[in-house]
Design a protein around this ligand. Structure first.
Ligand SMILES: C=CCO[C@@H]1O[C@H](CO)[C@@H](O[C@@H]2O[C@H](CO)[C@H](O)[C@H](OCc3cn(Cc4cccc(/C=C/CN=C(N)N)c4)nn3)[C@H]2O)[C@H](O)[C@H]1NC(C)=O
Length: 133
């Protein structure tokens, strides 16, 4: 699987920063935040070449184990082999994902979560640091 952190208590307005290196032959990676593994307020999934997607960021939510409706972003600020930093913050309405090059992706807080307890990082990504601020 990958890193899993539970029993967090991240409040609205706080940031989750994930720093690391994308593997050279990466097919994709994912950063998931939410209540637990079956209730994700955001599944953030950059795809270099997977599920038929090339250089697309797929975002989705999951409620009681059921995926929601995907949102796709083709402005793709990731390179295989590069270091990168992803900062996720949220309020009860939406999440903001800050990426390299001052890029920002917004995603609705479909679960209306008031705090984030769960974080997981999966796939072709070598974590260097996780910071909650
Ligand atoms: C067109 C046909 C029907 O429509 C497709 O239907 C698929 C199934 O629902 C969706 O796909 C699903 O989309 C979901 C979001 O919505 C999740 O991402 C899910 O993955 C869950 C998942 C996470 N994880 C861990 C993980 C995450 C990232 C990388 C790796 C490993 C990399 C290995 N590295 C190698 N090999 N080098 C592992 N595993 N599974 C994915 O299967 C497609 O998007 C969707 N495509 C479109 C265009 O609509």
């Amino acid at each position: 699987l990958g890193l899993v952190a539970t029993h967090l208590n991240i409040q609205a307005g706080e940031c989750i920063k994930v720093k690391g290196k994308i593997l050279p032959e990466a097919k994709g990676f994912a950063v998931n935040v939410g209540k637990d593994r079956s209730n994700l307020v955001l599944h953030f999934n950059p795809r270099f070449d997977s599920h038929g997607d090339v250089n697309v960021i797929v975002c989705n939510s999951m409620e009681d184990g059921m995926w929601g409706t995907e949102e796709r972003e083709t402005d793709f600020p990731f390179q295989q082999g590069d270091k990168t930093e992803i900062c996720i913050s949220f309020d009860t309405a939406e999440l903001t994902v800050k990426l390299a090059g001052d890029k920002k992706i917004m995603f609705p807080n479909r679960l209306g979560l008031e705090n984030i307890e769960y974080l997981s990082v999966e796939g072709d990504f070598a974590i260097k640091a996780i910071k909650f601020s």
